[in-house]
Design a protein around this ligand. Structure first.
Ligand code: GDP
Ligand code: MG
Length: 621
């Protein structure tokens, strides 16, 4: 049957789980769960005896104590009861897996760890130290030791320290799940107690404040604290508890905890003032009181804790899904995983080409803008200028000028012109190649499943780019072939349809016809060559129109369609021949991601355990 012990133990374990995973915290679920779990914080003026009270609740010497500012960072102390007869030990959050059995080393580590953050100064830091103590002699509790409230900054402290401490302490005790242990020394007037002042501010009704009066033994002869302890001076919901801790002299003499507790018991039992209250005084009683109170708080909170845990579990499950489950060690399963990942990438790549994802439209942009613009810019004006036509035709004629039409000259002029088409044809292939390459890059980036496998990412990118290179070569060969085909056989009909050279005679001064220029051989020649140039130009324009349409067809056929259908085919045949080691190398994961998955899985396991435990105790009344 579940007991109070197991209930508090449960909360303690959840808290410890949270602490253990603290580095990974910062997420909402983590901090809200932490806030929902009850804890006990000590509040009071400097040297009021806070650390001493905590120690006597724990029953162990392990805290740095003394005058001046000793506690300079919050200490989150988790007490965990273990079976009787077992070895007591302590563990720090910042030193996991190192068990401290010597508690004087625990004290030293607290001091060192404080200095590590604050330096050996009188400065403070809000970064908590986490410490767990496992012992048969403790009750399950989470206690927080805090720096003491002060009134003035002393030498070596910044002016702001008074407020800094107060704010830090307040940030702990203002949380509604925080049980406040308000420590006031009995040798000071309760009306001046910093602890009570702050506690009243954050817990006006006093529901979660426990008044603790220390240093009863140090009161002036002839005075006593009955007015406070019996609730007449300052009334709290919970009864006041008086405490006698070890004095500095005791500490210096190494009076041990057992002896100190015995001394405290004797003090109350034999005290003429407090004898009648003896059963409700002292550190042991305080520990019991706290743990009983904690139990009722926890019971009231179980539903909200459960729902938080369930929420965290859901979130972790979905994060794990997102991170991907661990990969199998079996080569067959690994091959399957790799192929799945390739397919996932390929699907995204296709979506880019077919629409649905952006980028494929840029290929059309090449055909619709870039190619026509490049064709328009070809330097036919220069190539078919009268001078050039005359030069080429004359060269083609050789010693015997042509008689009717310069057949050879035409051919050379056309061939020379068509050569210019190679440039834009190849440029279209290149432009589409770069669009495809960019889409490969983009698709890899967008493929969530691939995120965790950087090696596979670059391997797929490499394989895809290799294929694209091959498609580009094929594309270039094909478009060049289209251009060459145009040069290798001219459209005869075109030339047959051209008007014959010698026809009508006209008087129009602007008439350029050969007949009009007949009596001027120079003009005749110029008009003649101009006409040849314009004929060639019309022919070239016709070819240009044809290529404007056939180049895109070739590019799509050789590059786009191939990329869509066969981008990774070559890779698939290669990967089929790989062995276990090579496959697992491909599935090499980003170490940060692996770590994240491990963390996630660990948290999930802890939360699930916590949920099971809560299920098993929550029916207890
Ligand atoms: P903190 O600054 O509030 O943590 O106070 P400490 O626990 O460090 O105690 C400050 C000093 O007061 C130490 O020297 C303790 O020995 C001493 N002290 C604390 N409580 C008592 C007490 O009940 N009686 C006596 N005689 N001395 C005490
Ligand atoms: Mg202290």
């Amino acid at each position: 049957m579940a007991t109070m012990e197991s209930l508090i133990g449960l909360v303690n374990r959840i808290q410890r789980a949270c602490t253990a995973l603290g580095d990974y915290g910062g997420d909402q679920a983590f901090s809200s769960l932490w806030d929902a779990l009850p804890s006990v914080a000590v509040v009071g003026g400097q040297s009021s005896g806070k650390s001493s009270v905590l120690e006597s609740i724990v029953g162990r010497d392990f805290l740095p104590r003394g005058s001046g500012i000793v506690t300079r960072r919050p200490l989150v102390l988790q007490l965990q009861k273990i079976e009787g007869g077992q070895q007591e030990y302590a563990e720090f959050g910042h030193l996991p897996r190192r068990k401290f059995t010597d508690f004087s080393l625990v004290r030293k580590e607290i001091q060192d760890e404080t200095d590590r953050v604050t330096g050996k100064t009188k400065q403070i830091s809000p970064v908590p130290i986490h410490l767990s103590i496992y012992s048969p002699n403790v009750v399950n509790l989470t206690l927080i030791d805090l720096p003491g409230l002060t009134k003035v900054a002393v030498e070596g402290q910044p002016e702001s320290i008074v407020l800094d401490i107060e704010n830090m302490v307040r940030s702990y005790v203002e949380k509604p799940n925080c049980i406040i242990l308000a420590i006031s020394p009995a040798n000071q007037d309760i009306a001046t107690s910093d602890a009570i002042k702050l506690a009243r501010e954050v817990d006006a009704s006093g529901e979660r404040t426990f008044g603790v009066l220390t240093k009863l033994d140090l009161m002036d002869q002839g005075t006593n604290a009955l007015d406070v302890l019996e609730g007449r001076s300052y009334r709290l919901q919970h009864p006041w508890v008086g405490i006698v801790n070890r004095s500095q002299a005791d500490i210096n003499k190494n009076v041990d905890m057992i002896a100190a507790r015995r001394k405290e018991r004797e003090y109350f039992a034999t005290s003429p003032d407090y004898g009648h209250l003896a059963s409700k005084m002292g550190s042991e009683y305080l520990a019991k009181l706290l743990s009983r109170h904690l139990e009722s708080v926890i019971k009231a909170r179980i539903p909200s804790i459960t729902s938080l845990i369930n929420k965290s579990i859901d979130e972790l499950e979905s994060e794990l899904d997102h991170l991907g489950r661990p990969i199998s060690l079996d080569a067959g399963a690994q091959l399957y995983t790799i192929l799945e990942l390739c397919r996932a990438f390929d699907k995204i790549f296709k979506e880019h080409l077919d629409g649905g994802r952006p980028g494929g439209d840029r290929i059309y942009g090449v055909f619709d803008n870039q190619l026509p613009a490049a064709l328009r810019k070809l330097p036919f004006d220069r190539h078919l200028s009268v001078q050039n036509v005359r030069k080429i035709v004359s060269e083609a004629d050789g010693y015997q000028p042509h008689l009717i039409a310069p057949e050879q000259g035409y051919r050379r002029l056309i061939e020379g012109s068509l050569n210019y088409f190679r440039g834009p044809a190849e440029a279209s292939v290149d432009a589409v190649h770069f669009v495809l390459k960019e889409l490969v890059r983009k698709s890899i980036g967008e493929c969530q499943e691939l995120k965790r496998f950087p090696t596979l990412q670059s391997t797929i990118a490499g394989a895809a780019n290799e294929s694209l290179e091959r498609f580009r070569d094929e594309g270039k060969k094909t478009v060049i072939r289209l251009v060459d085909m145009e040069s290798s056989y001219l459209t005869v009909d075109f030339f047959r349809r051209l008007p014959q050279e010698v026809e009508k005679v006209g008087n129009n001064p602007r008439d350029n016809s050969p007949a009009a220029a007949a009596n001027n051989p120079d003009r005749y020649a110029e008009t003649h060559f101009r006409r040849i140039g314009s004929n060639v130009s019309s022919y070239v324009n016709m070819v240009s129109e044809t290529l404007k349409h056939s180049i895109p067809k070739a590019v799509v056929y050789c590059q786009v369609k191939e990329a869509k259908q066969n981008l990774l085919n070559y890779f698939y045949t290669q990967i089929g021949q790989k062995e276990g080691k090579q496959l697992s190398d491909l599935l090499d994961e980003d170490p940060a991601l692996m770590e994240r998955r491990v963390q996630c899985a660990r948290r999930l396991e802890l939360y699930k355990k916590a949920r099971d435990e809560i299920d098993s105790v929550s029916w207890v009344r």
